[in-house]
Design a protein around this ligand. Structure first.
Ligand code: MN
Length: 136
């Protein structure tokens, strides 16, 4: 298994913060299926990168830049999940797994077109159904 990237950490911290109002190293480790020591190491690295504030024994939280990045990374994941779901590419867990593999290759600044497409599909389901029905 590859090491979760900084982006995975930031995305996970965003989700935890949304769910619970805060994120702790133990929650992060559990969510990413890694050891607390690895999670702690990455938290310090993200602190050094100016994305988290971190105080030993007191936990951590987003800086403004970290929060913005976490929100964008989470949005990217959601947009790609919506696209793959529309494409009927598998069960939710399968789609989640695929997105985990591809999301890092999509620059968040270039997601606008994909977001436009999935929004269009939501508003015009009959248009999308015609496309799906036309598939060989
Ligand atoms: Mn993700």
């Amino acid at each position: 298994m590859s090491t979760p990237s900084q982006e995975d950490y930031l995305e996970a911290i965003w989700v935890l913060t949304q769910e619970k109002g805060y994120a702790r190293v133990v929650d992060l480790a559990e969510r990413l299926n890694i050891s607390p020591a690895s999670a702690s190491k990455m938290v310090r690295r993200l602190h050094e990168a100016g994305l988290l504030t971190y105080e030993r024994y007191r936990g951590f939280s987003f800086t403004a830049r970290g929060r913005k990045t976490g929100r964008l990374l989470y949005a990217r994941h959601q947009i790609l999940e919506r696209l793959l779901t529309h494409l009927a590419m598998g069960a939710p867990e399968e789609i989640h797994r695929i997105v985990e593999g591809i999301e890092h290759h999509f620059d968040v600044s270039r997601l606008g077109q994909i977001e436009r497409l999935v929004n269009y599909i939501d508003v015009h389901p009959e248009w999308w159904q015609a496309f799906l029905d036309d598939s060989p």
